[in-house]
Ligand binder design. Structure first.
Ligand SMILES: Cc1cc2nc3c(=O)[nH]c(=O)nc-3n(C[C@H](O)[C@H](O)[C@H](O)COP(=O)(O)OP(=O)(O)OC[C@H]3O[C@@H](n4cnc5c(N)ncnc54)[C@H](O)[C@@H]3O)c2cc1C
Length: 398
C-alpha cells in the first residue's frame, strides 16, 4: 500500500482482513499519517445528494456514509448528525434545487425533505431563503480520527505502517518467462521493495506515481486550494448544522458553505482556487515543479478558458474575506465581516483531463500489477470504507 490518508488506510485494513495471511505493509511519505487532504477537509459525512445517479460517487457515498456511521459508533469516534440545508436564494436556484432533489431521490438519500421559508427558519433560525432541501442524515466527524482508528485496526491485524517513507515507482522489468508474474519495483529511502501487488492511494501525487508505473499521462492532478474563514468564538450559534448554497452544476465543487464542525467551530468555505503548489497551505507558496507541470498541461488552459467566470469569482473569494462573507451572508444575513478570522486551508487533488474536463467520478486504474486511485475527490472521505472494498476487489482480481 502506498499512501497513509483515509483511503490508503481503509484499503490496507480491508485487504488485511480479507487475506489475513498476506504480508501487507503501508508506506507513507510524511512523518504523520493523514497529513494532507484527510486532515484538511470540511469533515462532512455527505448523504449522497449531489452525484450523478449510477456513478461510483453516488453509490459509494450512500453506502460508505452508512458504513462510516456504523464504524464510528463501534470504534467510539465522535460524530454528529447535525443535518444540512441546501438553500435557494433566488429563482434560478429554485429551478436547480428541483433538479438536485430528483438526483438525491434517485440516489436513495434517506430522510430528504423539501422545506419552505418557514421550514428553513425552524431548522436554522438565522438562515434565509426561498426554499431548501433538508438532509437530516448529513453529519460531521474528524476524518483524521477515523484514519487513526483504521490504522490501529490494520496494525492489530498484523499489518505494518512505515511513515516517513516516500515511494518512487520504477517501470516493471520484463518477466523472464511468459508465465512469470511481473513484479512491482518500489524505491524508498530505506532501499528497494519488490511487491507482487501494490495499491496506490497517493492523493496529490497520484498522477506522478501512475505515470512512472507506465500509465497514461491523462488525467493530471491539479491542486485546487480550499481556504476557509473561521467564525469568531461567540458567534458560532449563527448556524447549528451545515448550510450550503445550490451548487453550480458545471463544477465539481459544492460552493462556499457554512459547516459546524465536530469541534463546534463554524467554518465558511472552502474556496476553489487553482494554486502553484500541491502543498500550497500558504496561498502564495510556489513549487517550480508543480507550477510547470500545471502550466504545460493543455487541460489547464482549456479548463480556465471554459470556466473563466467561476475562476474569477473564486479568485475574489480567496483574496477578499469580505467577498466570501458576502456570499455566505446571502444564506445567513446576520453574518458580517467582523464575525470572521482567517481559517485553515486544504488542497484538493483534482484530476483534470487533457481536454480540460474536470473528472467528477472516482477513478481507479489498473497498471500492470498495481492498482492506482487516480481521482478521489469529495466525498471520498465519506465513502472511504465502501471505496476500500472496491479497490480491494480490483487489487485481488487475477
Ligand atoms: C478542502 C477540502 C474539503 C473537503 N471536504 C470533504 C468533506 O467534507 N467530506 C468528504 O467526504 N470529503 C471531503 N474532502 C475530500 C477528502 O478529504 C478526500 O477525498 C480524501 O481525504 C482523500 O483521501 P486520500 O487518502 O485519497 O488522500 P490524502 O489524505 O491526501 O492521502 C494521500 C496520502 O498519500 C501520501 N503520499 C503521496 N505520495 C506518496 C509517495 N510517493 N509515497 C508515499 N506516500 C505518498 C501523502 O503523504 C498522503 O498522506 C475534502 C477535501 C478538501 C481538500
Amino acid at each position: 500500500m502506498v499512501g497513509g490518508g483515509i483511503l490508503g488506510l481503509a484499503t490496507a485494513r480491508e485487504l488485511k482482513s480479507r487475506v489475513p495471511d498476506a504480508s501487507v505493509c503501508l508506506l507513507e511519505a510524511e512523518a504523520k499519517l493523514a497529513t494532507h487532504q484527510t486532515s484538511h477537509s470540511s469533515g462532512v459525512i455527505h448523504a449522497g445528494v449531489y452525484y450523478e445517479p449510477g456513478s461510483l460517487r453516488a453509490r459509494l457515498c450512500v453506502e460508505g456514509a452508512a458504513m462510516l456511521r456504523h464504524y464510528c459508533d463501534q470504534r467510539e469516534v465522535p460524530r454528529k448528525a447535525n443535518g444540512k440545508l441546501i438553500i435557494a436564494t433566488d429563482e434560478d436556484d429554485l429551478e436547480r434545487l428541483d433538479a438536485l432533489e430528483l438526483r438525491a431521490r434517485a440516489n436513495g438519500v434517506a430522510g430528504l425533505a423539501r422545506v419552505d421559508e418557514r421550514g428553513i427558519a425552524e431548522i436554522e433560525p438565522e438562515a434565509r431563503g426561498l426554499g431548501a432541501l433538508h438532509s437530516p442524515e448529513t453529519g460531521v466527524v474528524d476524518f483524521s480520527l477515523v484514519a487513526g482508528a483504521l490504522a490501529t485496526d490494520f496494525e492489530a491485524a498484523g499489518g505494518t505502517i512505515h511513515p516517513g517513507t516516500p515511494v518512487a515507482v520504477a517501470r516493471p522489468p520484463r518477466p523472464a518467462t511468459a508465465t512469470d508474474r511481473p513484479e512491482i519495483a518500489l524505491t524508498t529511502p530505506a532501499g528497494k521493495v519488490r511487491a507482487g501487488r501494490a495499491v496506490f492511494c497517493a492523493g496529490l501525487q497520484s498522477d506522478r506515481l501512475a505515470r512512472d508505473a507506465g500509465g497514461p499521462p491523462s488525467p493530471r492532478i491539479v491542486p485546487i486550494r480550499g481556504g476557509y474563514l473561521r467564525v469568531r468564538p461567540g458567534r458560532e450559534h449563527l448556524v447549528r448544522g451545515n448550510v450550503y448554497p445550490v451548487p453550480d452544476p458545471r463544477l465539481p465543487f459544492l460552493g462556499a458553505h457554512l459547516t459546524r464542525t465536530i469541534d463546534g467551530e463554524l467554518l465558511i468555505g472552502p474556496t476553489a482556487l487553482l494554486v502553484a503548489a500541491r502543498d500550497a497551505y500558504r496561498l502564495l507558496r510556489v513549487s517550480p515543479r508543480d507550477l510547470t507541470e500545471t502550466a504545460v498541461w493543455p487541460g489547464t488552459w482549456r479548463m480556465i478558458g471554459r470556466n473563466w467566470r467561476a475562476t474569477l469569482r473564486e479568485l475574489r473569494h480567496s483574496l477578499s474575506p469580505r467577498a466570501l462573507v458576502g456570499e455566505a451572508a446571502r444564506m445567513v444575513p446576520g453574518l458580517g465581516i467582523d464575525d470572521v478570522e482567517p481559517g485553515p486551508a486544504g488542497i484538493r487533488a483534482q484530476a483534470l483531463g487533457r481536454d480540460g474536463g474536470l473528472i467528477d467520478d472516482f477513478l481507479i486504474e489498473r497498471i500492470g500489477n498495481g492498482v492506482h486511485v487516480r481521482n478521489a475527490p469529495s466525498p471520498a472521505a465519506t465513502s472511504s470504507l465502501a471505496l476500500a472494498r472496491l479497490i480491494a476487489d480490483r487489487a485481488l482480481a487475477a
